[in-house]
Design a protein around this ligand. Structure first.
Ligand SMILES: [Fe+2]
Ligand SMILES: [Fe+2]
Length: 143
């Protein structure tokens, strides 16, 4: 059983993912050139699945509750995922300076999700909905 499966609330699982992502950013920041390859593996195996949990499970659930996508917080989060993917491609192509962009973007992105979007989700989604979403997130986490 991986760490993800202890969570029976989607938001708790996503928050736990954030802590793991933030710890990786500290390692990338300490040695961007030396850690880039490891970080790219982490991105593919963990950070991307995390973004997919949001894009495929959380954001659609929030939209169904009337939280706007276009011009709203979900649209901003989706745009930031795409910007990050662009920076990751640059890093994969050997542009080490992209590491600093990934680090600052993700730190701000995670802070916004933790402080604004996730509390909103916990307000509008019931425990049952969050539990059902956790099962779907778990499946994405397993790839
Ligand atoms: Fe996100
Ligand atoms: Fe996130």
């Amino acid at each position: 059983m991986s760490h993800c499966c202890r969570h029976h609330n989607c938001i708790e699982e996503l928050k736990a993912d954030h802590e793991i992502i933030l710890a990786e950013l500290v390692k990338l920041e300490a040695d961007p050139a030396g850690y880039a390859k490891e970080f790219l593996k982490f991105t593919a195996n963990f950070a991307e699945p995390h973004h997919h949990k949001e894009e495929e499970v959380l954001f659609p659930a929030l939209e169904r509750k009337g939280i706007p996508n276009q011009g709203g917080p979900i649209g901003v989060m989706l745009m930031e995922h795409e910007t990050k993917r662009g920076y990751v491609k640059e890093l994969a192509a050997g542009k080490i300076e992209a590491a600093a962009n990934i680090i600052s973007l993700l730190r701000e992105h995670i802070a916004k999700e933790n402080d604004i979007l996730y509390p909103l989700a916990q307000q509008v989604l019931s425990e049952e909905e969050l539990a059902a979403m956790a099962d779907r997130c778990e499946a994405i986490g397993k790839g």
